[in-house]
Design a binder for this molecule. Sequence first.
Ligand SMILES: Cc1cc2nc3c(=O)[nH]c(=O)nc-3n(C[C@H](O)[C@H](O)[C@H](O)COP(=O)(O)OP(=O)(O)OC[C@H]3O[C@@H](n4cnc5c(N)ncnc54)[C@H](O)[C@@H]3O)c2cc1C
Length: 310
Amino acid sequence: MIDATSKALFHSLAQIDLLRRLASRYGMRPGGFARRFIAGESVEEALAAVADLPARQLRLTLDYLGESVGSFAEASEATAEYLRIIEAIVQSGVERNISLKLTQLGLDVDRATAVDNMRRILDVADEHGFFVRIDMENSPYTDRTLQVLETLWQQGHRSVGTVIQSCLVRSPQDVRRLTALGARVRLVKGAYKEPKAVAFQDKAQVDAAFIELMRELLDHGHFPAIATHDPDMIQATQKYASERGYAPDRFEFQMLYGIRRDLQTSLVDQGYGVRVYVPYGKQWFPYFMRRLGERPANVAFVIKGIFGEA
Ligand SMILES: Cc1cc2nc3c(=O)[nH]c(=O)nc-3n(C[C@H](O)[C@H](O)[C@H](O)COP(=O)(O)OP(=O)(O)OC[C@H]3O[C@@H](n4cnc5c(N)ncnc54)[C@H](O)[C@@H]3O)c2cc1C
């Protein structure tokens, strides 16, 4: 169960550079503990790791890990890497869908840099029929992320969507804003530690908000993505869709690479679309710590990975 305490703990641990360097030594070696959640350190490794997904009728979105860059050069490098990903995906023949973060593209440097880099990526992505998802980072970035999306939309880009976090109190109005725009929304609970002033802290409130937003998106959204590993949220979505007579292709479920693979398969067997979020790259520590924050029981993997079988 996600709770604010474990999120806060792993958020603080993620700031410890010694821990990051220690984890980097063990985490991604062959059979390393981080490979449960991270598909590789290069796009080639990642594509090899997910080569069997299409045969299992699982869709994918590829994410090059990285966030909070502080310079034009780093933002430009990340943009160049996304252009390489697009090329690699086109060559490999897998589905054309990527996810990215605006702080990886320079949003912390300035907004214009992030918009320029997004446009460089979308110009090529649109040419090859890609869909691009802008991940949602923590709440100080929510407004700017929605504004960047609207700017790109005004400039004619339509194959770009973003994410709404049910933990944020503001999310119902943001869902209406994006639905009115016509943009595709991925609905999640929210992976970041957020202050009481802007976010529900209690799981029951986060879940209740998730269900409300799911209904709103299934009714008025544009091919919404219901992104959760929570069986209760999945059943609520299936129940609501059947009550409303919505066909399974009106939306899709999404899950993270390496999490609840059993659920991924059973939903596909039931005729639902399931997309797997496939992260790769060297900057994997913050993403990894968020996964531990969501389910501290995952720490067992780390310990086994470092010290071998008990
Ligand atoms: C495709 C996708 C994209 C996402 N994009 C974003 C984003 O852009 N911004 C953002 O803030 N968050 C994002 N998230 C993360 C999301 O906000 C949640 O933090 C995460 O999905 C865990 O919540 P849950 O809905 O699975 O429910 P929870 O209530 O946390 O978990 C329900 C059950 O799922 C299983 N589970 C959940 N997490 C884990 C885990 N880490 N390891 C093992 N089992 C687990 C457990 O069995 C748990 O009991 C994304 C999640 C997905 C699936």
